[in-house]
Design a binder for this molecule. Structure first.
Ligand SMILES: NC(=O)c1ccc[n+]([C@@H]2O[C@H](COP(=O)([O-])OP(=O)(O)OC[C@H]3O[C@@H](n4cnc5c(N)ncnc54)[C@H](O)[C@@H]3O)[C@@H](O)[C@H]2O)c1
Length: 341
């Protein structure tokens, strides 16, 4: 079976990340569709005419739209990628649902409020649309391997996790909290304060703080100024081992207790580097969406996962608004709005 597909939003994640000449990896939705033999990428939509022309030419597509309503009306799409900012996601999902769409590959964060996120999920459920949220690390065997290690006996009892990030609690925090939920099964409470290391986006602040996961693990989260350099890391410490996980490059250092006799103290020594395989996450996410439509299986990154990540972001914002007061999850207000790039 072939899927007729379209992309709405031809910015960085829609297309632009694959503009770099001679790059081997695929990092955009357009690149993923182009590389998938089950996909017919038939139409593109952006309000920016220059991007429409540029990517229409690059991917040899003549059905170009500056209006997504028109695109849905004229094209019989099976799948659509929504690669616009979060504040337009609900409106586009509503429109897509009128046209027998089977799958939506939706960029993170799922939406700007829990109310809107819940509506997106409801619309997709009612219309039997498979909704894949692009929290890409869930698609990667590398992160699945890390999850298995940190939850295994050889890691011992989880003691602590510290997180370094930058570029906004919603923009980057969306990935951070999704991975925390994936690894540790959800969050009980958060405490956050406005960071002194400001975000590159004034409407999406950096927030520092700590939180407790449902499995009892305490985590700290500390931001840095993304304009100076990019830093996205988890340092996860168990009673028998430690993993330093670099989320930007998808690689990890694994440490275990040294067995050497005669040491005054037990030490953690580096045992191995764990590297990502060659597959590109966005490519795997699209493949999983097609598979899930054809075989009626659960997706790797569901709307509910997107909702949970957004809830943690909003909890951090609410706590920071109250100078670090603890906010328990699930949170009460569904109307709090975030802004994200
Ligand atoms: N999953 C990831 O790793 C990842 C990486 C980057 C960005 N993102 C997410 O993807 C989304 C887009 O980010 P970006 O950096 O590509 O943004 P961007 O600004 O580069 O691109 C957004 C595009 O959407 C277009 N657009 C806006 N409104 C539109 C409308 N009504 N109809 C059609 N097109 C419209 C804009 O003209 C622009 O070209 C954000 O939510 C961001 O958080 C995710």
């Amino acid at each position: 079976m072939k899927f007729n597909c379209g992309i709405i939003g031809l910015g960085r994640i829609g297309c632009g990340f694959d503009d770099i000449p001679n790059k081997k990896s695929i990092n955009s939705h357009a690149g993923a569709y182009n590389a998938n033999s089950k996909a017919n990428l038939v139409s593109l939509c952006d309000i920016d005419i220059n991007k429409l022309k540029k990517y229409g030419k690059k991917y040899n597509i003549s059905s170009l739209y500056s209006n997504f309503q028109e695109m849905f009306k004229n094209e019989q799409l099976d799948c659509v990628s929504i690669c616009t900012l979060a504040d337009s996601h609900l409106q586009i999902v509503k429109e897509a649902a009128k046209y027998n769409i089977k799958g939506i590959f939706l960029e993170k964060p799922i939406s700007v409020s829990l109310k809107d996120a819940a509506e997106i999920i409801k619309i997709c459920n009612q219309n039997k649309i498979k909704l894949q949220i692009d929290h890409q690390r869930r698609f990667s065997p590398f992160y699945n391997k890390i999850k298995n290690i940190i939850n295994s006996d050889k890691f011992g009892k989880l003691q602590y996790c510290s997180i370094y990030y930058g570029s906004g609690i919603a923009n980057t925090g969306s990935h951070v909290f999704d991975l925390i939920n994936y690894f540790f099964g959800g969050i009980k409470w958060v405490e956050g304060i406005q960071s002194k290391n400001i975000s590159n986006n004034p409407t999406d602040p950096n927030i520092d703080g700590k939180f407790e996961c449902k499995n009892g693990l305490i985590c700290s989260i500390q931001s840095f100024d993304f304009r100076k350099f990019s830093l996205l890391e988890f340092d996860i410490i168990g009673s028998k081992a430690r993993i330093r996980l670099n989320l930007t490059d998808s690689r990890a250092e694994f440490f275990e207790i040294s067995e050497k006799p005669g040491l005054a103290y037990k030490k953690l020594i580096k045992k191995s580097d764990i590297m990502k395989n060659k597959d590109d996450d966005v490519v795997l996410g699209l493949e999983n969406l097609f598979y899930s439509i054809q075989n009626k299986t659960e997706l790797l990154s569901t709307g509910s996962d997107g909702f949970t990540s957004l809830e943690s972001i909003i909890a951090m914002r609410q706590s920071a608004n109250k100078n670090g007061k603890r906010v328990n999850l699930p949170i009460k207000s569904n109307n709090f709005k975030i802004s994200s790039r």
